[in-house]
Unconditional design. Structure first.
Length: 151
């Protein structure tokens, strides 16, 4: 039976492998320093970034990260599910759904009025799962990279 639980220090090796798989899936490279910073933030109870894992028979097979965001449009926060990844050989077993449900439960307990996330439009496999919750928002996301040198 899968267990969804909070990320803990002893998960570092398993998390690192899944994190690397997630970055590979999105064809993204981050420095070791950035990945280390992400890991530290996930374990820092004073930082607004949290993680859950999906564990089966003592083996961590999935991860998700989330944070809370204030909104000008709502009296309470929104919960942003930033990353979700399940080991390739463990997909199709419902672990992604269980991780979403885990974040959803945390968000409800925290009083959030919305749980939301983004994915690439080409991520057809994940979108089958996501579409079972709701349809995409129809919003288009714009990104401007920022640097202190741009001032």
């Amino acid at each position: 039976m899968p267990l969804i639980r909070e990320l803990k220090e002893s998960d570092k090796l398993a998390w690192s492998k899944l994190w690397d798989g997630y970055l590979l899936f999105y064809e993204t490279e981050l420095s070791a320093e950035q990945s280390g910073l992400t890991w530290k933030r996930l374990l820092d109870s004073n930082f607004n970034m949290y993680g859950l894992v999906a564990e089966v028979d003592g083996v961590v097979l999935g991860i998700t990260h989330y944070s809370f965001q204030n909104s000008t449009w709502a009296p309470v926060n929104h919960c942003y599910l930033e990353d979700l990844f399940v080991a390739t050989n463990s997909r199709g077993q419902g672990l992604g759904r269980l991780l979403i449900e885990g974040v959803k439960k945390v968000a409800i307990v925290a009083g959030s009025s919305r749980l939301y996330w983004n994915t690439d439009s080409t991520n057809a496999t994940a979108r089958k799962l996501y579409d079972s919750y709701t349809h995409d928002s129809g919003k288009v996301q714009y990104r401007i990279p920022l640097s202190p040198n741009d001032i």
